[in-house]
Design a protein around this ligand. Structure first.
Ligand code: IMP
Ligand code: MG
Length: 181
């Protein structure tokens, strides 16, 4: 990853850290959902690497689905308006939904999505985010599962992008400011 590494100022979550997060959260979710009807819903595109790794550590029968919401585009700050671009296919009635997100920032995206899905008669809705930037929260939202906290820097890799790039970095790193400023 020599070419992409050059744009990173600091590695914040290493490949080994990511493995440990997936093992820990997978075991916790296995325990918490053992008597439930689990549907894992990933928020595209940022959650795909996390979701595919995490679900391999959830030792339960489960189903998966995806939804996509409007993104930041080429900016590093949320516009505040969230829109569904691709909806889930499965009827939620009777499911215990676990929403999978790459990073919780202002909280607007997850607030909007969890409100939308609870209005569709899911049995329960829980939230699992790989990363949390608690310093930047503007809406009241507490995730049920968090991989780890990160400082208020723009981070990329393991699914997270800047302008659709860097998703394939195998770790999470802070993007050099000169790339986006
Ligand atoms: P929120 O609605 O402000 O919580 O924003 C969450 C969404 O913003 C995430 O799903 C990410 O797509 C994006 N985002 C927020 N911070 C970062 C970051 O540091 N790097 C990459 N994407 C980010
Ligand atoms: Mg996202």
């Amino acid at each position: 990853m020599k070419n992409l590494n050059n744009d990173i100022s600091e590695v914040l979550v290493s490949e080994q850290d990511l493995k440990e997060i997936n093992v820990r959260l997978g075991a916790q979710i296995t325990q918490d959902f053992k008597d439930k009807n689990l549907l894992v819903v990933g928020i595209l595109k940022g959650s795909i690497y996390f979701m595919t790794d995490l679900t391999r550590y959830i030792d339960l029968p489960l189903k998966i689905d995806f939804l996509a919401v409007s993104s930041y585009g080429g900016s590093t700050r949320s516009s505040g308006s969230v829109k569904i671009i691709k909806d889930i296919d499965i009827d939620l009635e009777g499911y215990d939904v676990l929403l999978i997100e790459d990073i919780l920032d202002s909280g607007r995206t997850l607030k909007y999505v969890s409100n939308l899905l609870s209005a569709r008669n899911a049995k329960s809705i829980s939230i699992c985010t790989l990363l949390d930037k608690p310093a930047r929260r503007v809406v009241d939202l507490t995730p049920d599962y968090v991989g780890c906290d990160v400082p208020d820097e723009f981070v990329v890799g393991y699914g997270l992008d800047y302008d659709q790039k860097y998703r394939n970095l195998p770790y999470i790193g802070a993007l050099k400011r000169e790339i986006y400023e």
